[in-house]
Design a protein around this ligand. Sequence first.
Ligand SMILES: *Cc1c(COP(=O)(O)O)cnc(C)c1O
Length: 405
Amino acid sequence: MMDTLHLISDELDRLRNTKTYKYETALEGPQGGVVKVSGKKVVMLASNNYLGLSNHPAIKRAAAKGIKEYGYGLASVRFLCGTQTIHRALEQKIARFLRCEDSILYSSCFSANEGFFAAIVNEKLGMEVYKDVLYSDRLNHASIIDGQRLCRPELVDKKIYQHADMADLERLLEEGRDKDYRFRIIATDGVFSMEGDLAPLDRIAALARRFGAMLFVDDSHGVGVCGKSGRGAPEAKNALGKIDVLTGTLGKAIGGAAGGYICGTEAMISYLRQKSRPYTFSNSLPPSNVYGAMAAFDLLNRDRSIVGRLHRNTLYFRKEVKSLGFTIIEGEHPIVPIMLGDAAVAQDMSAALLKAGVYIKGLWFPVVPKGEARLRAQVSADHTTRNLDRALEALESVGRKMRVI
Ligand SMILES: *Cc1c(COP(=O)(O)O)cnc(C)c1O
């Protein structure tokens, strides 16, 4: 028996003792505006099911049809025998929706991001000696950070700019202006999930153009959510068509099952099919997910009312939660951070809210900075006004009892 194996359970103890252990609450049924937990119906304010498509009849019908017509799975990667006509159809649909030339599917956005940076940086492309540089927002998602970690360190300089700080990004770009870099790549989330704020994509795109940099945007929390027609943070920030590489997930607003994509120029997408390892060496997306996602984009193309309902719900919830006396991070996104400060307060409040019929997650250090513990509410088009009012009543009574308001 290994005598060091106890280190594993020691670490678990440490996580429990420091209250950073992640406990999971099981839902006894599908995701939705209202879910069942321990036999009780609770209002769900913690999911990325922004459009309520997770359990939408049209999406489920499409997914079932996908299985019926194209089977359960492909048992292959795309380039061997894992490409069906529907994969290309979905890729073209995503590209058209996001105003790009083409797109490529991955099994998740996490693997899309893991598959992008190394596919560029680690390839010589005919150059024996070269260096690339990556500029990354300090709050970028873990998958962007991990994707960049796969780049060979001697081939890349990594610069982190302060969150959404254009002066800082410009300063770093200026510093590197006279260096002989091969590729300059700016990478940012479109929407930051802890704050619910949008990256200033119009301004980042202008900087990218000025300094000859490629702009990479991961819009996982933006697609289907931001902009009048749900085309995401680029639409909301007037930067549609100005993003060189646009990634996103099919696992949030777009049905909530699984899958990810990268959009870009035809050449970039063809290149990634050749060089991106999570694409080349991992199974293709199952037909049910492909059909489900296609139905989600069809719905968005056909009918803007669902995005409109999400925006109205968001406006309503943000206004009402403020008028109760809570401090929120202002913005327009359905992610509504309710700031509490103290980690223990956030923990106790989220537990008390679940008892009161509201499922809402507390976030604290190390997920967010020390002293900035919060509840993160996420509004959905699936919520009725009554659902939201029930949540607001619970927030008010628990908040009063805990003397937060
Ligand atoms: C959720 C999320 C991901 C991961 O997406 P999956 O498809 O679930 O892997 C990647 N990036 C960002 C910014 C996200 O919010």
